[in-house]
Design a protein around this ligand. Structure first.
Ligand code: SF4
Ligand code: SF4
Length: 297
């Protein structure tokens, strides 16, 4: 393949992966697919002329781990936090709802932005940690129409005119930047959520969707308390096999519960084997169906 064709294909592929971003953001993406080894020059510091210019009029998706960290820091319950700081947004491809930070309606400022910078800096969302790098995820294609289980990560540079950080000469590899900003740990914690979004996008219309999927996904993404009640205060444990150790963990640990929630969603929607239906639940379901049939006759 010629270099031109390769570059064009990569740009098209990248364009497809970035469809969820608003046009004004896509306009400033440097459309080159980067790996962790590639380098860029950048430095952001409190003395820079553009300090805080990037914390307004932006769409910052809050991942499940972002929410857990920020809520803990602020000492807020889920409902109060979402009401005060978030607004729902539906991803174009996959139609899944995610929370965005709600920017101030008048000034366009992020509510966590102040004269001294980010007031939640050590717990800032992963999107803010990556900036000016964006990350995309895609399924590796094994052959025509067949998807591999492996996901492929790649990165792109965001160069906005107002951001003077690109004029600085500090050199980073993307891997160094990720480590410096603490993005790696966030990606590990958000893995289940990211994989689910990716699978949903790749599946297109081949899997059932609808309001119920959106509700379960949003609940798993944002509200460990409600998901915990769904597991422990319903017939969930009679229907799905959950080993004792997992059951003990998810009773109290929000991160473990979030992982479990996406493993369950992947099992229900895509037939993954992580969370299995109990054999006796199958038998009971069959019995109920047979009884219903009898009653109808
Ligand atoms: S969370 Fe912090 S870093 Fe992110 S946009 Fe808001 S103020 Fe800026
Ligand atoms: S250098 Fe860029 S990232 Fe840093 S404050 Fe300025 S606009 Fe924001």
């Amino acid at each position: 393949m010629t270099d031109y064709k390769k570059a064009r294909d990569q740009a098209l592929e990248l364009d497809e992966e970035l469809r969820d971003l608003p046009q004004e953001v896509r306009n400033v993406l440097h459309p080159v697919r980067l790996t962790g080894k590639e380098h860029f020059q950048f430095r952001c510091h409190p003395g820079i002329e553009c300090f805080n210019a990037c914390c307004r009029n932006i769409e910052i998706i809050l991942t499940p781990y972002d929410l857990i960290r920020i809520r803990r820091r602020l000492g807020m319950d889920v409902e109060s936090f979402l009401n005060q700081y978030a607004t729902p947004f539906t991803l174009t491809k996959g139609q899944l709802p995610v929370p965005l930070i709600r920017m101030d309606a008048q000034s366009g400022q992020c509510p966590f932005n102040g004269p001294e910078g980010c007031s939640i800096y050590s717990d800032r969302p992963v999107a803010c940690r990556y900036y000016p790098i964006g990350m995309a995820l895609m399924h590796k294609q094994q052959s025509e129409g067949e998807k591999s289980q492996d996901d492929d990560e790649f990165y792109f540079l965001i160069k906005e005119d107002f951001c003077h950080g690109h004029r600085e000469t500090k050199d980073w590899s993307i891997a160094e930047w990720r480590q410096d900003q603490g993005s790696d740990g966030y990606d590990v914690q958000n893995r289940g959520w990211m994989e689910f979004i990716l699978k949903r996008r790749s599946a297109g219309d081949t899997v059932a969707t609808g309001l119920q999927l959106s509700e379960y996904f949003y609940m798993a993404s944002t509200n460990p308390d409600v998901f915990r009640r769904f597991v422990f205060d319903s017939s969930f444990l009679k229907r799905f096999h959950v080993d004792e150790e997992t059951e003990r963990l998810i009773r109290t640990d929000d991160l473990a519960l979030t992982d479990f929630a996406f493993a369950w969603l992947k099992s229900v929607l895509f037939g993954d084997k992580e969370i299995q239906v109990r054999p006796d639940a199958f038998a009971e379901l069959k019995g109920r169906r047979a009884k219903k049939k009898e009653d109808e006759q």
